[in-house]
Write a protein that binds this ligand. Structure first.
Ligand code: FES
Length: 240
């Protein structure tokens, strides 16, 4: 029989608790069990008051980002076995806690809206009535960035983002880059203007926390630096 493991979970209900506390649950792990499965096991069998966020259980929806053994990860794709017999689960750092592992994402979404996170087109659609096509090499340029699931793991890991209401932060800048690098997008100049300030790419200190903590391994810092080059060039040549 497999050894039991201890899950120590951050608990706080702002309506009842003045300070957070940690609660430990002992469970018998099953082969292949993920952190999310263990949380559901506790919720359904041990403690119905435990709050956490999840939906797809397949690393697609981005809702189960949490701080597991000192690292931001998706609970639904994180296996228990490699984590050892004592696992600490906390909400994403630097975000206001609504309850237990559920954080308030409002500031994240407010920043996200600012970069117009959708394809901007000025030309008429193709006469064929079909979609705007893109070559395979052009699509490859944005492959990594399209994988972003907006889990906010990078947003929470960036020390600059966490402490600034103004700084757009890595997730939002990565989304801007996804469109700046998209050959079908015609909003490049406007987008670079939106991100080309002290609240945008110029604030990034290339600490790489975002790239390090991204569960999808997106080279976020690279995208930010690519836009920074375009912005600096635009400013030097008087085009911005
Ligand atoms: S539950 Fe959707 S990403 Fe984990």
């Amino acid at each position: 029989m497999t050894d039991s493991i201890k899950l120590t979970i951050y608990r706080r209900d702002p309506d009842l608790d003045t300070a957070p506390k940690y609660q430990t649950y002992e469970i018998q792990p099953e082969p292949g069990q993920t952190v999310l499965m263990a949380l559901y096991h506790i919720l359904e069998n041990v403690d119905k008051s435990l709050a956490f966020r999840a939906s797809c259980r397949s690393a697609v929806c981005g809702s189960c980002g949490m701080h597991i053994n000192g690292k931001n990860r998706l609970a639904c794709e994180t296996q228990l076995a490699p984590l050892g017999n004592e696992i600490c689960i906390e909400p994403l750092p630097h975000l206001p806690v609504l309850k237990d592992l559920v954080v308030d994402m409002s500031s994240f979404w407010r920043k996200y809206e600012k970069v117009r996170p959708y394809l901007i087109t000025l030309k008429e659609p193709p006469a064929s009535g079909k979609e705007r096509l893109q070559s395979i090499p052009d699509r490859k340029k944005i492959d990594d960035f399209i994988d972003c699931i907006l889990c906010a793991c990078c947003h929470s890991a960036c020390t600059l983002d966490a402490w600034s209401d103004g700084y757009l932060g890595p997730a939002v800048l990565a989304k801007a880059y996804r469109f700046v690098a998209d050959t079908r997008d015609e909003g490049g100049a406007e987008r670079l203007k939106l991100v080309g300030s002290e609240e945008g790419v110029l604030r990034c200190h290339t600490i790489f926390n975002c790239t390090e903590e991204c569960p999808k391994r997106i080279p976020i810092t690279f995208g930010i630096q690519e836009m920074k080059k375009k912005v600096v060039w635009g400013k030097l040549t008087g085009k911005m």
